[in-house]
Design a protein around this ligand. Structure first.
Ligand SMILES: Cc1cc2nc3c(=O)[nH]c(=O)nc-3n(C[C@H](O)[C@H](O)[C@H](O)COP(=O)(O)OP(=O)(O)OC[C@H]3O[C@@H](n4cnc5c(N)ncnc54)[C@H](O)[C@@H]3O)c2cc1C
Length: 405
């Protein structure tokens, strides 16, 4: 049995010889046995039911039935309240899902699911009326309704305050006009959480969120956009042309939509960062296996010192990103609002993921460039993370400004 201060003290007592055990499973302190059991069951599902379709879904996008199946299994509401059909778990259960989805070998699928569970459901549950939660959150957690989130516009992405989509009050209704672009799940979604301006002169206090069914007249799914990666997801250009919704479609407080969506982005960034770490780890493992098999100049390529050091660099970067994500998640889960640290974790994890994926292509040589090995796709998929949910430059700006600069 180890002492309270660790195994080194036992060894000092003279009854043990300490040797490193690099194969030992190290559970991070934020996770319990229950989290690990959940991890195993999500992993088993992802490997058996999602990963085998990864290639096919690159061509077709993944089917809506994935949401229904994940809803049946309870995976869409892990950290959502039981009152709305969720599992009532803590925030770390959402991290476990984000990490295990990396084993689907499909960044597009993982992103489509995360937009539903971790980007659109949270503001509905946090700011929605009871009627909105019953109408949208309950069926969304069951996987019967699909959700998307509309912030970005053709003329405003990083600069959310520059959006033009606006909603004008007309009696008991609002009339919405505008456009949103790059909207994940935009083609398949049943409802959108839409960021609008309701007062053009009120600055940050002029924004309002709406929860808009996608089948109301005037919502036009204009274009299915072609992308570098994330091919399994659908990405839409949407138009809103004199869309009439009742005042009951307002999500949260009129005029407070900017603050609501900035809160939403914190959770989105942290989950995205967890996905980056898991994606990088998966690429690392795959490349390690390759490096221990592929031979050149009479030895395994992994046995060249330069390659060994590449793995050491990658492992160290991944571990640093993982620790940032876990510690920041712990703070978030314990009621803090650590915007600076979330921005740092998102920035660092996204950079690390792209650097690791790039190095993994290099270690694979020509095979890394071939579709057959799947490593080029990892790079293409992970590359989005330095842009989506706030670019590297915006993360740096948030961090820098947090020091009063
Ligand atoms: C595949 C994909 C899926 C997406 N899914 C969604 C979704 O579901 N919902 C949604 O609302 N959005 C979504 N997005 C949009 C994404 O969040 C935006 O692309 C991102 O926020 C950047 O906005 P932008 O593309 O308009 O770039 P821009 O804002 O035009 O930025 C262009 C460049 O200028 C830099 N820049 C801008 N402002 C500054 C500044 N102040 N200082 C320094 N540099 C600056 C940027 O960092 C970037 O390098 C998605 C994007 C993609 C590619």
């Amino acid at each position: 049995m180890s002492s309270p201060v660790g195994p080194a003290v036992d060894a000092a007592a003279g009854d043990a010889i300490l040797k490193p055990d690099f194969g030992a499973r190290r559970r991070h302190f934020i996770f319990t046995d229950e989290h690990e059991q959940l991890r195993e069951s999500i992993h088993a599902f992802v490997v058996a039911e999602l990963a085998p379709h990864a290639e096919e879904w690159e061509e077709t996008t993944f089917p809506d039935s994935v949401f229904r199946r994940m809803g049946e299994l309870g995976f869409l509401g892990l950290d959502k309240p039981e009152a709305y059909g969720g599992q009532g778990g803590d925030y770390f259960t959402a991290l476990v899902l984000a990490e295990e989805m990396a084993h689907s070998n499909s960044g597009g699928l993982a992103m489509g699911v995360a937009v539903h569970t971790d980007m659109t459901l949270p503001p509905i549950l946090a700011f929605g009326t009871e009627a909105q939660k019953q109408a949208w959150a309950v069926p969304a957690i069951r996987g019967e309704k699909i959700l998307c989130l509309g912030i970005t516009e053709p003329d405003a992405g990083s600069d959310v305050s520059g959006i033009r989509t606006h909603a004008v009050r007309d009696g008991d209704e609002y009339v919405i006009n505008g456009a949103k672009t790059y909207i994940t799940n935009g083609h398949r979604a049943d409802a959108i959480v839409l960021v609008t301006k309701t007062d053009l002169d009120a600055g940050y206090d002029g924004f309002t969120l709406f929860l808009v069914p996608m089948d109301v007249p005037g919502v036009v799914r204009e274009q299915r956009l072609q992308k570098l990666g994330m091919h399994a997801s659908d990405t839409a250009l949407l138009a809103f042309q004199d869309v009439r919704v009742g005042a009951d479609a307002v999500l949260g407080q009129v005029g407070k939509g900017f603050y609501h969506i900035m809160w939403e982005l914190q959770g989105e960034r942290l989950i995205g960062a967890a996905g980056c770490v898991a994606g990088a780890q998966k690429a690392f493992a795959k490349t390690l296996a390759y490096a221990l098999e592929r031979r050149a100049f009479g030895r395994k390529i992994g046995h060249f010192q330069v390659t060994r050091h590449k793995f050491a660099e990658m492992a160290t970067k991944i571990e640093s990103a993982r620790q940032m994500v876990y510690v920041t998640a712990w703070r978030f889960a314990n009621g803090e609002y650590p915007v600076r640290e979330i921005s740092m974790a998102k920035l660092h994890a996204a950079r690390v993921a792209v650097e690791v994926a790039d190095e993994c292509i290099q270690i694979h040589g020509g095979a890394g460039y071939m579709k057959e090995y799947g490593i080029e796709r990892v790079w293409r998929d992970l590359r989005l993370n330095r842009i989506g949910a706030g670019t590297d430059e915006i993360m740096l700006d948030v961090i820098g400004r947090s020091y009063g600069l």
